[in-house]
Design a protein around this ligand. Structure first.
Ligand code: BES
Ligand code: MN
Ligand code: ZN
Length: 491
C-alpha cells in the first residue's frame, strides 16, 4: 500500500473514491457537507431514504455522485458524535478499507481527520497502522496461492504539513515493523529455527543499515552463558545470540538496549507441556521479533538515538541430553541457578542476555518476553505486564503504551516476592511456585539487572491470538516504537 498526504476540497478531489464520515442520526461531517452541497443535496437525500444511520462501522458506497470530481463516495458511520474518539476513528478507518477492498477503486482519499479532540498527527499514525493490520495476510506457506482480489493500491490522507509528514513516516515504519514481527511469529518452528531467526535479523540489518553480529554456541560458551546453554541442550538446532546495533546518535550517547526472548519452540523440555495448543509455542519468539521490529523501525525513521537489540535464541526440547529438573547451572553473572522446572526456560536465556547487555553501557534496558502463563491469567489479552526497577521508566513505558493503544500495566516488583525463589542448593531456583507467577519471574530477572535502569514486558497474553483468528499480533512493536520516538526527541 502506498500512503501519501495532500489536502484538497473533497468535492474537487480527483480520486477513484473519497471516504466521508457520517455521525449517528445521519449527521454529515464538515467534508461530507461540502460534497452534499456540490452534489445538489445528493447525500442528504440518500440518507433521508434511510439507507444509512451513521452507526459505527457501517458503510455505504455511492457511484456517480453528481457535481464532484471523484468516481465514488464511500460513506462510513462514525457512531455517536458525543462518544467519538480515537477508537471510533480507528474502527471507521478499518471499516472503510475493508469496504474499499470489495470495490474496483485503485485509490482512495480519506477525509476523516480532525473530527474529534485527538491530535491529527496521532490519528495519522493510527490510520496507517490500522490499515496495515486489516490488510495483513500470512500466505507464504500456502501451496495454492490465493491472489489478492482487490484493486486498492494508494491511500491519500486529507492532511498536510511537517507534523503530518512525520506522523505518516512513523505510521509506515511501525506498520512495516509489525508485519516483519508478525511474519516471524507466524512461521512454524520447523522453519523459524534459531538459525533462520538469525539469518532474517542479519538480512533486515543489512537492508536498514544496522550493524549485526551473530554468536554461535562456541562463542556463547566462551562468554560463560551456562544458563542460556542449559536450555538448548536437548535440541538438535544450534543456539544463537543475535546482536544488532543501530547508530542514530553520537557514539557518546548511551544506547537503549532491547532484549527479546527468542525461544523458537517451547515444548517445556523434560518438564513437558501438555499437548493441547502446544503448537502456539511457536510464538515463544515473539519478544525477539518485536525487538527486531523496533530497531528496524528506529532505523527506518532515522531516529537520533542509539539502539541495541540482543536476542538469545534456541529451542526448548526434551532429549537424552536435555537439562533435568534439579540440575544446577552457572549463569554469566556467576550466580548459580537450580532448574526446578525446565519449562521456566525464558528467564534462563534472558538472564545471560541481560548480563551481556552491561557491556553496552546502556541508558536503559528493556526486555520483552512471552514469559509466563500467569501473566495471561492476570491481564488477559489486553495489556502487557510491565515491571521495572525505576518508577520513571515504568511511567514512560505506560505512556508510550497508552499513546500507541498497545497498553501495558504496571505490576509490583517488591522484595517481599524474592523469597519464593530460594533454593537449598544454589543461589536461586528458577521458579517461585504458583502464587504471583509473573511477578516471581520478573523478580528472577531483576537479580541480573541491578547495574542499570531496567524494565521487563511480559507479553505472553498479547503476542498472539488463539482460535479462529490464530496469529501473531505484532505487539508490542507499537509501544516500543512510540517509546523510542519520544526518547529520540528528549533533550
Ligand atoms: N512460554 C511460556 C509462557 C507462555 C504461556 C507464553 C502461555 C504464552 C502463553 C513459558 O516458557 C512457560 O512455560 N512458563 C511457565 C513457567 C512456570 C513453569 C513457572 C508457565 O507460565 O507455566
Ligand atoms: Mn516454557
Ligand atoms: Zn517459553
Amino acid at each position: 500500500m502506498e500512503f501519501s498526504i495532500k489536502c484538497a476540497p473533497p468535492e474537487k478531489r480527483k480520486a477513484a473514491c473519497i471516504v466521508l464520515g457520517v455521525f449517528e442520526g445521519r449527521k454529515l461531517t464538515a467534508p461530507a457537507v461540502l460534497v452534499d452541497e456540490a452534489s445538489g443535496s445528493h447525500l442528504s437525500s440518500i440518507l433521508g431514504h434511510g439507507d444509512m444511520e451513521g452507526r459505527s462501522e457501517s458503510t455505504l458506497l455511492l457511484h456517480t455522485v453528481p457535481g464532484i470530481a471523484a468516481e465514488r463516495v464511500l460513506l462510513v458511520g462514525l457512531g455517536k458524535e458525543a462518544e467519538y474518539g480515537e477508537k471510533a476513528f480507528i474502527d471507521a478507518v478499518k471499516a472503510a478499507v475493508s469496504a474499499l477492498a470489495n470495490t474496483g477503486a485503485k485509490d482512495a482519499a480519506l477525509h476523516l481527520f480532525g473530527l474529534g479532540k485527538e491530535a491529527v498527527s496521532s490519528e495519522i499514525v493510527h490510520a496507517v497502522i490500522a490499515i496495515g493490520e486489516s490488510r495483513y495476510r500470512f500466505t507464504s506457506l500456502k501451496g495454492r496461492k490465493e491472489k489478492r482480489q482487490d484493486a486498492l493500491k494508494k491511500i491519500v490522507f486529507d492532511q498536510e504539513g511537517e507534523e503530518a509528514d512525520q506522523a505518516l513516516k512513523e505510521g509506515i515504519a511501525v506498520s512495516g515493523a509489525m508485519n516483519f514481527a508478525k511474519d516471524l511469529g507466524n512461521l512454524p518452528g520447523n522453519v523459524c529455527t534459531p538459525t533462520h531467526l538469525a539469518e532474517q535479523a542479519e538480512a533486515m540489518a543489512r537492508e536498514f543499515g544496522i550493524d549485526s553480529k551473530i554468536l554461535d554456541e562456541k562463542e556463547i560458551a566462551e562468554l560463560g552463558m551456562g544458563s542460556f546453554l542449559s536450555v538448548t541442550k536437548g535440541s538438535q538446532e544450534p543456539a544463537r545470540l543475535i546482536v544488532l546495533q543501530y547508530h542514530g546518535a553520537s557514539k557518546k550517547e548511551k544506547p537503549v538496549v532491547l532484549v527479546g526472548k527468542g525461544i523458537t519452540f517451547d515444548t517445556g523440555g523434560i518438564s513437558l507441556k501438555p499437548g493441547a495448543e502446544m503448537d502456539e509455542m511457536k510464538y515463544d519468539m515473539c519478544g525477539a521479533a518485536s525487538v527486531l521490529g523496533a530497531i528496524r523501525a528506529a532505523a527506518e525513521m532515522k531516529l537520533r538515538l542509539n539502539v541495541v537489540a540482543i536476542v538469545p535464541t534456541c529451542e526448548n526440547m526434551p532429549d537424552g541430553r536435555a537439562t533435568r529438573p534439579g540440575d544446577i547451572v552457572t549463569s554469566m553473572s556467576g550466580q548459580t541457578i537450580e532448574i526446578l522446572n525446565t519449562d521456566a526456560e525464558g528467564r534462563l536465556i534472558l538472564c545471560d542476555a541481560l548480563t551481556y547487555a552491561e557491556k553496552y553501557d546502556p541508558e536503559v534496558v528493556i526486555d520483552v518476553a512471552t514469559l509466563t502463563g500467569a501473566c495471561v491469567i492476570a491481564l488477559g489479552h489486553v495489556a502487557s505486564g510491565l515491571f521495572s526497577n525505576r518508577e520513571e521508566l515504568a511511567r514512560e513505558l505506560i505512556e508510550a503504551g497508552d499513546e500507541s493503544r498497545d497498553r501495558a500495566w504496571h505490576m509490583p516488583l517488591w522484595d517481599d516476592y524474592q523469597e519464593q525463589l530460594k533454593s537449598n542448593f544454589a543461589d536461586m531456583a528458577n521458579i517461585g511456585g504458583r502464587p504471583a507467577g509473573s511477578i516471581t519471574a520478573a523478580c528472577f530477572l531483576s537479580r541480573f539487572t541491578k547495574k542499570y535502569r531496567w524494565a521487563h514486558l511480559d507479553i505472553a497474553g498479547v503476542s498472539h491470538r488463539s482460535g479462529k483468528h490464530k496469529g501473531s499480533t505484532g505487539r508490542p512493536v507499537p509501544l516500543l516504537c512510540r517509546f523510542l520516538v519520544k526518547r529520540s526527541k528528549r533533550a
